[in-house]
Design a protein around this ligand. Sequence first.
Ligand code: PMP
Length: 380
Amino acid sequence: MVNKMIYFDNAASTKPSKEVLDAYLSAALNDFENPNSLHKYGVKNLTDINRIRQNILKLFGFSSDYEVIFTSGATESNNLAILGYARKNSSRGKKIITSSVEHESVLNVFKELEKEGFNVTYLSPNNEGKFDLEKFKKEFTKDTILVSIMTVNNEAGFKTNIEEIAKIVHENPKCVLHSDCAQTLGKYKVNFNTFDLVTISGHKINGLKGIGALIKKKKVNLEPIVYGGGQENGLRSGTLDYPSIVAFNVAIENAMKNFAINYSNITKLHDYLIDELSKIEEVTLHLFKDYTPYIINFSLRTKKGSVIVEALSNKEVFVSSVSACNSKNEPLSYVLLNLGKSIEEAKNSIRLSLGKDSTIEECQDFIRIFKEILLEVRGR
Ligand code: PMP
């Protein structure tokens, strides 16, 4: 990575802040002892970790009904929440519900559970990213034990109507609600207490890769997916990564402390980009009434998203095209397809994702370079 770059791929990963790295380095050098060791340094580290758990719960406004299980990131948290809950509670029902626009770390877990005999419904939202509540109610049968719906979509930036879904889910005490909030932290303030299981990740909020958490209601029982020494109440064995947890805490504190100022800055950049992009003939913007300003998604009318991403990359501008290979021959965005967009739009989509350090000058440069590239790759 060079200094004079435009990095609009923050939904993929953010740059760790200096405070996060300082906290990591200091803890890694000075507090490397195993938090489960019985000597005084082990005890000290475990005490710190338990304090951090409480701090995280407080910062996000969780009630005292919740607890924090540290994991390696959102992928593992999603696996633990969904596999762990479904397997532990399968005697109570075999029906589980998710959406067709989830991250693959949710979708592929549901596919796995189908193989284990669970009956899975994949709900598609409307073109605003909202689920039809009547349709949901029809699927939400008495033997439904788990619903997993994300709060903010990583590819298109829309917010789901999970709060409305939550009300219906909680009418059935047998069922729990999980939400993948990897793209929600620092981007949108939701009432987390309406969920039973919440996934979070460090590297989406200027923390480190390899650390995340599953925040769960204490009374929700899970089957572990990793067995070993019994750490994290037996739910996630493995030596607790004290330095990463300390650094995660700093990242969360900063994200919450600067939430309002970052949000207002990013909104200005978002509005500028939308305004400029809407003037470009080649661009079809995917706009939603209810969205996070951190993520912008659009499709090119005649050019391939991957070609433009590569051309931008050659000019030190970094963005994403579709998130996954979903067809045999060509990658296309299953998220856009499931929102009712055309195959062409799904093939040629580009995501810009802003971060706390993004500037208006970068946005201006982006628009200039993007226009130059559209001329250069004419016909490709
Ligand atoms: N869920 C969502 C919504 C995401 O955006 C991501 C990261 N792309 C993940 C899960 C996976 O996160 P991690 O890298 O922490 O495993």
